[in-house]
Design a protein around this ligand. Sequence first.
Ligand SMILES: [Zn+2]
Length: 312
Amino acid sequence: MDELPGGIRRVTTPLPTRPGHVHSYLLPGDDGWTLVDTGIGLPDARERWSAELSQLDGPVARIVVTHFHPDHVGAAADLAELTGAPVHQGGLDYAQCELVWGNPNWPHRIAEWFERHGAPEHVTAKLVEQGGLYRPFIRYQLDPVIVEPGDVVSGWQLIAAPGHADGQLVLHRGGVLVAADHILDPISPTVGLWPASRPDPLGDYLGALERTIELGPVLALPGHGDPIEDPVGRARALIEHHQARLAVAEAALTTEPQTGYALSYAMFGDELKPAGRRFAVAETLSHLERLVREGGAMRGGADGVVTYTRAS
Ligand SMILES: [Zn+2]
């Protein structure tokens, strides 16, 4: 457990895949600690957390889950049991959490979706398999306390930070942003189009980054990596990064229809393993859909397959 400015504590737990670790934060408050995010529910999660919690001088009053990805929501039910504290999760995020992790039909839905975006059948099978790897390690809390952007939790304001996940919430108080995967440094948060996600996640993300710049936090505590001492500068850099990636996507378009799967090779190269390709396709699609809205690409398709062409 690390001590951070303002009495905040940080607990880092390991991940079996990149980026290899995830941070949870403990925010001090009058009625106890507010724990933000839970790590993934690996078999030793409970043991690991018991040891961490025994170092605290007071109770955990509540748990806040920023978004439903395995490394943030995975041990939520374990922690609720260990602490007796209620889990708070955004309304939209909890709906997506149930849709993905509480739904035996989801892998089938993902398979259909990759096929619609041009992945060959044998590749689709691998991509779906990859997405199921984390399933056994996700123990989200059923029927959490539903919270919404604008709500204040123990003095921290909840702010919508869509893009990486549609319903992601971050917490802000006195210039400190508990940023989840909204801004990371040096890695760039994945921003992908997935089945049942909002239609323009990259547009949502760029808007959220602009709002972060306006908010002007002086310190961001991210879900992965070191504290970010210039969150506004980092938000600007992430906007530039995506502008450059949009230009790469646009340059790959021709008058010949191409699928998101095919275009992911132009955007991310051909060296990726299935886990990487999965995110590459989703991220390529978020850029293509942004380009469609900006007038740089046209979406078309036939026989249930979606394709993109250059707009002019
Ligand atoms: Zn994460």
